[in-house]
Design a binder for this molecule. Sequence first.
Ligand SMILES: NC(=O)c1ccc[n+]([C@@H]2O[C@H](COP(=O)([O-])OP(=O)(O)OC[C@H]3O[C@@H](n4cnc5c(N)ncnc54)[C@H](OP(=O)(O)O)[C@@H]3O)[C@@H](O)[C@H]2O)c1
Ligand SMILES: [Zn+2]
Length: 368
Amino acid sequence: MSSRPHVVLSAAQSLDGYLDDASTTRLILSNEDDFAEVDRLRADADAILVGANTVRADNPRLLVRSADLRSERVAAGRPEQPIKVTVTSSGKLDPASRFFTVGEAPKLVYAPPVAVDGLRDVATIIDAGTPPRLERILDDLGERGVRQLLVEGGGAVHTQFLEAGLADELRLAIAPLVVGDPRAPRFLGPGAFPRPLELAELRQLGDVAVLHYRAAAEPTPIDVLRLRQAIALADECPPSSTFRVGAVIAAPDGTVLATGHSGEGEPHNHAEEAALAKLRADDPRLATATMYSSLEPCSSRASHPKSCTQLILETPIPRVVIAWREPSLFVEAEGVELLAAAGRKVVEVPALAAEVRRANTHLPGIRP
Ligand SMILES: NC(=O)c1ccc[n+]([C@@H]2O[C@H](COP(=O)([O-])OP(=O)(O)OC[C@H]3O[C@@H](n4cnc5c(N)ncnc54)[C@H](OP(=O)(O)O)[C@@H]3O)[C@@H](O)[C@H]2O)c1
Ligand SMILES: [Zn+2]
């Protein structure tokens, strides 16, 4: 996973968050200075990715326009133009679009193999699952030597990168225009966005405001993947009158060491204890592992002598990632406090808590 490219999202939006209007002509949201900065971002990138709707709607060239920037690339021993990348499930892309016909740079289409017969002469078609998965696309781009990927939209693609926690930076230009039409494409759709963004810079280019964000260091993309897996494991729980919880223990590179869910083995088992029971107490991998749990580990329980917090503290596991702090339904939970007081790192990802609550609406007062 370490060879995945650094991912920079770039978008221009109206004041009310639209990428375009609903007409067939493209709404211009940038000015010359802004275009010039985006050109610099393109020149810094090894590849530029857009969604299939953007190829269809805007027919973009996706080239570095400035001759100076192109010369800089060549002088640095890089190809004159970045690789062009798109992703599609339908395969409905016109081989005569400028994405394919303009420039000598390689064109990559991530698509299910059945969908794209008409494109084989104009692009390299790559199977990254049906539908294509962003993690696999990034792994493949990394293997092709792409170190920096610029993602230029549209909204469906930006939403997926941010939902998967795979965006490292975001450059957002805001134009002083109001689109005011719900049929127009939005910068972001609804979703759960697990990696907080931190504002790194704020500048004015004429009447365009440019905001530059960086993704928080934690949770990492691996954390997001494994915590989502833990949350999904709650579906395996037998019907119960207590919390439905999933847990995953993983190595720093994301390798899964063990999984568990509540009610696994015997009805009173908790997810973290079911996962821990699958590993030997002296397993050396525990010393660097992370425990992912959809719910805060319990700190006192009626049914068992040891709480999950105690069980974790009996291992060397240094790090615990959770989605939802336990609400005071049964007991006053203090798993997070006890783990932190014992020097274990606890990372909470509240953006994914609604999904955990959804698995627990059988409990009194719990709503997604
Ligand atoms: N202002 C800006 O900065 C900016 C930048 C870019 C675009 N835009 C505007 O944004 C609009 C397009 O945005 P959009 O949200 O409609 O579409 P989009 O994000 O450009 O493309 C969405 C399409 O990409 C494909 N796709 C995306 N993720 C995929 C995945 N994981 N697996 C398979 N296929 C995937 C699907 O294509 P198939 O339907 O072929 O399966 C999907 O319909 C246009 O109006 C364009 O002008 C504005
Ligand atoms: Zn427990």
